[in-house]
Design a protein around this ligand. Structure first.
Ligand code: AP5
Length: 192
């Protein structure tokens, strides 16, 4: 099994590049942001718990996120591997993911870190906010909160994977194809 953590700040291109990875490698995509938006759309209890945090650009509490991912992984026991997009976002989530995968005799193969300067992130998100309808893309203030949450709570996750020697840095600025070429190199190393 090959399991990838696709890591990076809001607007780094995680969702965009996940599509390419799914097409080429057939991995199962687990995006916690997409899962929460699905729950929100369906008006579930979990969606209600997450909504206030998401609308304000804050992270949803760990126990809610970890429970949701645990259920999702169970559904895909026969998967050839996973792309985790937007998860883990705290060290507690990274520890929980290692434990969860160990139950299925597997582990994270590599963490692909998309590096994009803050000004470019803001530009992308404000542009997307014009048409996406995402409450958290609507103005610069909310985008700043998301970036702050990333810096305060998510950046330490990189250290967690650095200690395991699993980080692969990718320049996230450029054409979608040129960025994917770097990601392919990182992933192919784990099929060798
Ligand atoms: P989530 O949905 O994960 O949002 P995010 O991390 O803020 O990421 P985005 O979807 O905004 O960006 P992306 O990196 O996927 O970039 P994309 O490909 O879309 O999370 C939303 C919220 O849910 C969180 O704030 C939190 O409240 C909650 N949540 C989710 N997971 C959680 C967790 N684990 N713990 C706690 N809370 C959690 O691209 C962005 C834009 O840029 C697009 O318009 C795209 O077309 C464009 N673009 C992409 N690549 C390029 C390129 N190379 N050049 C130019 N433009 C590009």
């Amino acid at each position: 099994m090959v399991n990838i953590v696709l890591f990076g700040p809001p607007g780094a291109g995680k969702g965009t590049q996940s599509e390419n990875i799914i097409k080429k490698y057939g991995l199962k995509h687990i995006s916690t942001g997409d899962l929460f938006r699905k729950h929100l759309g369906e008006g579930t209890e979990l969606g209600k718990k997450a909504q206030g945090f998401m609308d304000n650009g804050k992270l949803v509490p760990d126990e809610v996120v970890i429970g949701m991912v645990g259920e999702t992984v169970k559904e895909f026991q026969t998967a050839p591997g996973f792309i985790f997009d937007g998860f883990p976002r705290t060290v507690a989530q990274a520890e929980a993911l290692d434990e969860l995968l160990a139950k299925y005799d597997t582990s994270i193969s590599c963490m692909v870190m998309l590096e994009v300067p803050v000004e470019e992130l803001k530009k992308r998100l404000l542009e997307r906010g014009k048409t996406s309808g995402r409450a958290d893309d609507q103005n610069e203030e909310k985008i700043n909160v998301r970036i702050q949450e990333y810096n305060n709570k998510t950046v330490p996750v990189a250290e967690f994977y650095a200690k395991q020697n699993k980080i692969c840095r990718v320049n996230g600025v450029g054409t979608i194809d040129s960025i994917f070429a770097q990601i392919e190199k990182a992933i192919d190393g784990h099929y060798a």
